[in-house]
Design a protein around this ligand. Structure first.
Ligand SMILES: [Zn+2]
Length: 55
């Protein structure tokens, strides 16, 4: 996984997948104290997460 930051400064983790017969896709994670979960929008500011717009 790679660490990225939303424009609001919230940290998200990005997981890349690549399988032979599937298109590339990415999955965004936020890490809690004891678990992680996948997200599609920033839990802090609500912005849609786009790998191309994250820093
Ligand atoms: Zn945000």
């Amino acid at each position: 996984m790679q660490e990225r930051f939303c424009k609001c400064g919230n940290r998200v983790m990005v997981q890349y997948h690549s399988k032979k017969d599937e298109a590339w896709f990415t999955r965004f994670w936020v890490m809690g104290n004891t678990f992680g979960k996948t997200i599609r929008v920033c839990p802090v500011c609500g912005s849609p997460l786009d790998i191309n717009s994250l820093k």
